[in-house]
Structure formats: C-alpha cells, structure tokens
Design a protein around this ligand. Structure first.
Ligand code: ME8
Length: 509
C-alpha cells in the first residue's frame, strides 16, 4: 500500500488580490506535495477561497455587484496566479460551493445535537478586516485592531457559541502537548496566551449580516467564519456526503499523514478551534500544523489591508516562476519572519541559481560535449567514491529535513553539494587533464560530476518545476528516464548522449 499525504493551505479571502504572502504558503504546500510524490506517496493537495462574511459583502456593495458577481473574477485571479506558479493542487474549494454549504449546516446541527453549541448573546469588539472578535489586549488605545490597524466596531448581537471550555483539557494536555504544532516554540505561546487564561466560548454565528451559510435551526443566523472556513478541510474530501471516498482515504485512514499550513496569525484557530471541532465531531486529528512566520514589507506584515504588498505576478513575469519558488523555499524559512524585496531576490537568484546550480550544469555539459561528444562510458568507469559518499549523505540529510518540513534547510544541503561540485571542478582541473591527454582520469571526473549533478537536479525538482526537465536533459537524462527517477534509483540511471544545451538561470544584471 502506498503511503498517503494530505496537505492544505488556508483558504484565502477574495477581498483583494493575492500577494506574495499567499503565494508563500501555497508554494510551500506545492513543494511538499511534489516532494512526497517523488518519495512514493499518494498525495492530495487542497486550496481554495473563503468567500463568506461581512468584508466580502461590503466589497461587493462598494462595486455595485452581488457577492457572487464580485467573487467570480477574484476566484479566477487566484487560479491564474496558481497556474503561473505551477501549483499542482488537486482540488480548489470555494466556500460558496453547494456541497460545502450543505455540509456546514449538517456539521452545525451535529455539534448542536452533541451539546457543544448553545444559544446566547455576544457583546464586544469586532474587526471586519480580520473577521475576528477581539479582546481588550488585541486592540490599541484608540480602538484599532493591532493586526490590521483598522478601527474596530463594537457589536452586540444574538449568536450561537461553541463551548470551547469543554475542550480545555483536551487542547492543553493532548493537542498542544503533542508534536502537532510546528515549530515547537509556538505550543507554549498558544498555551500561555489563550488556553491557560481559560478558553473562552467562541461565537460561531452572526445575525447582523446575511452573506453566509444560514443554519437550519434558525435561518436568521449565518455561520460565522471559523466553522464555515475550517471545515473546508473535510467537506472538500466528501465528509457527510454521498461520495466520501476521499474522506475515507485521506482523512479517516490513520495512516494518512495530514498537514495543514497556515500563517502565524491564524495558528490559534487551527491549533485550538479546529482540533476542538474535530473532537466534537468525533473525528481523527491531523498530524501536524505548520505555522509559519510573515513576509514583511517595510518592517510590518505584508497585507491587503495595510496595502504594502508586492504583486507576485510582476516578479514571475519578469524573472520566471522558478526564481520565485526558489526564493520562497530557501530564503524564507518558516520558523521566522522574512523579507521580500526585488534587490534581495536578484541577489539570491544570482548567487544560487546562476552562479552555483546553473553554472555547474552548464560547465559540465560543455566539457562532456567537448571532450567526449556528449557520451561517457559509465559501464566501465565508476564515480569517485568520496564524492559518491557525499552524494548519498546529501540525499539522506535532505530527506530527513524535508520529512520534518524544513524546506529551507533541505535546500541548503543541496546547494552545499552544488558548491562542493563546483570546487571539485576547480581542484580536478579537467581542462589540464584534457591538455595532458589523461583521458581516463578526465572521464572519471566527468562521470562523477554527471552522476552527482543529476542528484542536485532531482533534489531541487520539487522547487524548480519549470526548468527541472531541461536541466535533466542538459545532463543527458531522457524524458522517459525522468518519469521513473526517484530517490532510490537516481544513482543507477542510464544516460543518453547529451544533445541539448539550454541557457538556464542567466545572471540578472
Ligand atoms: O486568514 N506573510 O485568509 P487571508 C506570510 N480566510 N503569509 C501570509 C502573509 C504574509 N505577509 N499574508 C498572508 C484568512 N499570508 C482566512 C483563512 S483558513 C481555514 C481561513 C498567508 O486571505 C498566510 O498563509 O487573510 C496567512 O495565514 C493567510 O495568507 C491569510 O490569508
């Protein structure tokens, strides 16, 4: 039985255009999916859009459109961005999809019947931009939301509450005491900020606006963001629906590795509310939540509501998807905040893709073509054993790090191998071996490089999706071989005569 992997991104609000922050999470998810696939897993990758709520209702009104009219173009623009970035998602869920709305109603009823939801009244602060009820410590002295900086509204309305207090013990002693939330330091953060001071019951319906899913029990109430949004991770798989094959396969089966990705501002919802909802529904818990840091711009979070955003499409059109994907993978480790500016991007591209990886492939391709007409005799001469050991330990380190979702560190290990190989060329001076007609030694050096470089290409394949086939071709790997290559057989693959020489990762001036 193949191993199984289910990965999700947050479903983004279509209240504005997506920016680099959204592209960050989705690209990380895509890289992990592609890695798992290469490692023999059956994979399922879910992304989508979170379409209900006051913010969307207001935006549509501003543009004189119905919410559905407003959403149409926005959702198309999400998909356009994902296509430009080579995002290989398996399903795109819209929370306005009928199956989702019907299932959310059933989920609500189930939680109500189980006694986890009760009717009451809410009074307090609300940030429309974040679609979030706020405590005193989440607002500034002049009544602004500390996250979005927008003025908060004071609301008072009838609502249903999810009785989080019933899950206090479970969240503290099971969920947050386990390895569920990554990175580990965020576990204490959640316990100290939200769980220890006592878990407050969560308002889960609204009556002051109508753009949402009306509950069966009382249609003047629409489900408020989190029960609608978080449950997408199971409604998309068919939970409580006629065809629930994917739900059985990717959720109920305990052997499936389930990973949610989310930015740090919504870790609370994913590590407290979501496990509580699942527990209330008597469903299994996901294996991990990777809560990542923010991409900053001018020192604060890059965000639609602040307006300090960089458009990913401009960067991709100027420099290609791979450069962008590489920057995300390597330069923005998930455990801390990071920066994106065009200068930093160009610097990174030149140092790693042009000078290291691109240069390595192009030099080696040229030497094999020039000295051996593109074909080396692998059946007689073996690769250098010291380099071979280094290659094997690189594959092992890389896999270990990727299995811990440490994409940046895993990428570093591959770049280090690239540097070692460039250094190997400098030390072996193949051009001198050629001049002195020491062809056997020369062939061994080039065989070593050819075999080691295809490992570099393979390990970067989940990231450099636009160019990886071209890179393999430049090293004499046929398209047929590319299809069957994996981490176990990479050192045994057969090479054909090198015919291509493509210009990859030129230095950006
Ligand atoms: O929160 N740096 O949607 P959203 C890094 N609909 N990541 C960023 C980022 C930044 N500057 N800005 C955004 C919502 N993101 C809800 C989610 S899920 C059940 C419902 C990414 O459009 C990051 O993943 O505000 C963050 O958590 C998400 O976009 C927020 O997207």
């Amino acid at each position: 039985m193949p191993k199984k992997f289910y990965i999700t991104t947050p479903i983004y609000y279509p209240s504005g255009n997506l920016h680099i922050g959204h592209a960050y999470t989705t690209t990380l998810a895509d890289i992990l999916k592609r890695y798992k696939k290469l490692d023999g897993y059956e994979t399922y990758f879910l992304t989508g859009s979170d379409e209900h709520g006051q913010k969307i209702e207001q935006k549509a009104e501003e543009e004189n459109l119905t919410p559905m009219e407003y959403l149409k173009d926005k959702v198309e623009s999400f998909k356009t961005l994902w296509n430009l970035l080579y995002i290989d998602y398996d399903k795109f869920i819209r929370t306005t999809d009928v199956y989702h709305k019907e299932t959310v109603k059933k989920i609500f009823t189930k939680l109500l019947e189980e006694g986890y939801i009760y009717e009451g009244k809410y009074e307090g602060f609300y940030c429309v931009s974040c679609e979030e009820f706020l405590n005193f410590d989440q607002i500034t002295e002049d009544n602004r939301c500390k996250i979005s900086n927008n003025a908060v509204a004071v609301v008072q309305e009838d609502t249903y509450f999810l009785q989080l207090s019933k899950f206090q013990n479970f969240i503290e002693n099971d969920v947050l005491a386990s390895d569920f939330l990554i990175p580990a330091y965020r576990r204490n953060e959640m316990i100290n900020s939200f769980v220890k001071p006592e878990l407050k019951d969560l308002s889960v319906t609204r009556t002051s606006f109508s753009w949402g899913i009306p509950i069966n029990e009382n249609p003047k109430h629409v489900v408020y963001v989190w029960i609608d949004a978080l449950t997408n991770y199971i409604t998309a798989l068919g939970y409580l629906q006629e065809n629930d094959n994917n739900f059985k396969k990717y959720w109920e089966d305990k052997d499936t590795e389930i990973l949610h990705l989310a930015g740090k501002e919504i870790i609370r919802f994913h590590s407290i509310y979501w496990p509580a909802i699942l527990k209330g529904l008597n469903l299994r818990q996901p294996n991990h939540l990777l809560g990542h840091g923010w991409i900053l711009s001018g020192g604060t979070k890059m965000s639609k509501s602040i307006g300090n955003v960089v458009d990913p499409i401009e960067i991709i059109q100027k420099y290609g998807a791979d450069g962008f994907r590489f920057y995300i993978a390597y330069e923005l480790p998930t455990e801390k905040d990071g920066n994106f500016t065009e200068d930093l991007f160009v610097e990174s591209y030149n140092a790693h893709l042009a000078n290291n990886v691109g240069n390595l492939i192009s030099r080696t391709n040229q030497m094999i073509t020039k000295y051996f007409e593109g074909k080396l005799n692998h059946s007689v001469i073996k690769m250098n054993s010291v380099v071979e050991q280094e290659v094997i330990s690189t594959i092992n380190n890389y896999k270990k790090l990727m299995d811990e979702y440490k994409i940046s560190e895993a990428t570093r290990v591959v770049l280090d191998l690239g540097k070692t190989l460039n250094k190997y060329i400098e030390e072996q001076t193949p051009w001198t071996l050629a001049k002195e007609e020491r062809f056997e030694e020369l062939e061994k050096v080039l065989i070593t490089l050819q075999k080691a470089i295809v490992v570099v290409i393979l390990l970067l394949k989940p990231i450099l999706v636009e160019n990886s086939d071209k890179m393999f071709n430049d090293m004499g790997v046929s398209n047929k071989q590319i299809e069957i290559i994996n981490f176990d057989n990479i050192l045994e693959i057969k090479f054909k005569k090198i015919e291509s020489k493509q210009i990859l990762f030129n230095r950006i001036k």
